[in-house]
Write a protein that binds this ligand. Structure first.
Ligand SMILES: [Zn+2]
Length: 402
């Protein structure tokens, strides 16, 4: 194998006129090893030239390259030493290839950490806060799985499959796995990964969001104490998310306009999911309940706060307790089988899904429902479009004028 010195050399040359022709001559060195400014080596002799131009002659990959050098001989020689010390790309490449590896130029290699930070910053600069948050999450989850990998080009197809498996293990639905896969690959493409290693988006069945039946809602409301009743009504008839429900204040209500405003609460470090405020209409029955509730809650700012005036983080468990007491548990899920018998089929979010579905089914247009639900894109709202059952369609069908 050829040695690096044979593959690559750097010398200082003088560009000088000899007998009326431009020539390049190697620089001359003194006995002390120092370059002799103004002198060129011609055969055995060192010849002086007045005010020569210096160049560096870089020989690499069987090609000579001349780098003009404006300052004097000493600087040119210092640069030569630097170039000589810097590892030769060719030598490194040969060594890597003979060892069966691939040589990648160091400055071209993207690190996972740097590209992730750039990707998140890019989303932030576009004002895509939700995307930025998601990118951060996916990034953390993915990088935890990698065994000390630093560079983007170290990522394999297997790493991505490992990511899918880890997500499923912690209970993510197929739909969530597909979403996270898309976020992950979007970052990796941004980071310049070899696209051919990326597996396709995992398939998932588009299932309809589960909702409460009207019988279930009737029973729950009938069994609920005033506090839970207020909670259910706000979730079901105003479509609030769990966190929005917990942080709703009396000052967010506009009783004259019959609307409420969903907004962030920096005091509790609560941000609305899409980072957008929205106004939601309050149905008359909920409005009456809210007015009566307000009378009972003097001195409280949060509508569903705890006695100490803090957001109630146990709202979900209160709902599960209500379902159990009302003997509505499904009896089949993991939650029902566990000691506390907290049925998985009862969630606050299911009220919100019931809200969106009911609005759409009652003919409220998609754009309006999207705005009330606070969905960032219409596709999220469209998931809730579902054909009504034959029984449900009966009434409407009978009122159709043929
Ligand atoms: Zn259950």
């Amino acid at each position: 194998m050829a040695t690096a010195t044979k593959e690559r050399s750097v010398i200082v040359t003088l560009r000088v006129k000899v007998d009326g022709k431009w020539r390049r001559l190697p620089a001359a060195y003194g006995g002390n090893g120092r370059i002799r400014p103004g002198y060129a080596q011609v055969g055995d002799e060192q010849v002086e030239f007045a005010g020569p131009a210096y160049e560096l002659r870089l020989y690499e990959d069987r090609q000579a390259k001349y780098i003009p050098f404006k300052s004097g001989a000493t600087d040119a020689d210092a640069e030569r030493k630097k170039l000589e010390k810097s590892p030769s790309k060719t030598a490194a490449k040969n060594a890597a290839e003979s060892a069966g590896g691939t040589f990648v130029d160091k400055e071209d290699r993207q690190t996972l950490a740097r590209t992730a930070a750039a990707y998140i910053r890019d989303a932030q600069q576009r004002g895509a806060m939700e995307a930025a948050d998601q990118a951060r999450l996916v990034n953390e989850e993915f990088r935890k799985l990698l065994n000390r990998k630093t560079y983007v080009d170290e990522i394999t197809r297997d790493d991505i499959f490992k990511f899918h498996t880890a997500l499923r293990k912690r209970g993510c639905s197929d739909r969530t796995v597909a979403n996270k896969h898309q976020r992950l690959t979007s970052w990796l493409r941004f980071a310049g990964i070899d696209k051919t290693i990326l597996p396709p988006v995992p398939k998932y069945e588009e299932t309809l969001p589960t909702i409460y039946t009207s019988d279930e809602i009737t029973t729950l409301l009938a069994e609920a104490a005033p506090y839970m009743k207020m909670s259910i009504l706000l979730a079901l008839k105003c479509g609030l998310r769990d966190q929005e429900l917990m942080h709703l204040e009396f000052s967010d209500l506009n009783l004259a306009d019959k609307t409420l405003r969903v907004q962030g609460k920096p005091r509790w470090n609560f941000k609305v999911k899409t980072h957008e405020q929205r106004h939601v209409p309050i149905p008359n029955d909920v409005l009456d309940e809210l007015k009566a509730w307000k009378e009972k809650r003097t001195g409280q700012s949060l509508i569903l706060g705890t006695k100490n005036g803090n957001p109630n983080t146990k709202l979900l468990f209160a709902l599960k307790t209500l379902a159990r007491r009302a003997k509505m548990n499904c009896g089949r899920c993991e939650g029902c089988k566990a000691k506390r018998r907290e049925c998985e089929t009862f969630t606050l979010h299911k009220f919100r899904r019931s809200y969106i579905t009911t609005l759409l089914r009652n003919g409220i247009d998609l754009r309006t429902v999207q705005a009330y639900a606070g969905h960032k894109d219409i596709a999220s709202t469209m998931r809730y479009l579902r054909p009504a059952s034959a029984k449900e369609a009966q009434g409407k069908l009978n009122s159709v004028v043929w």
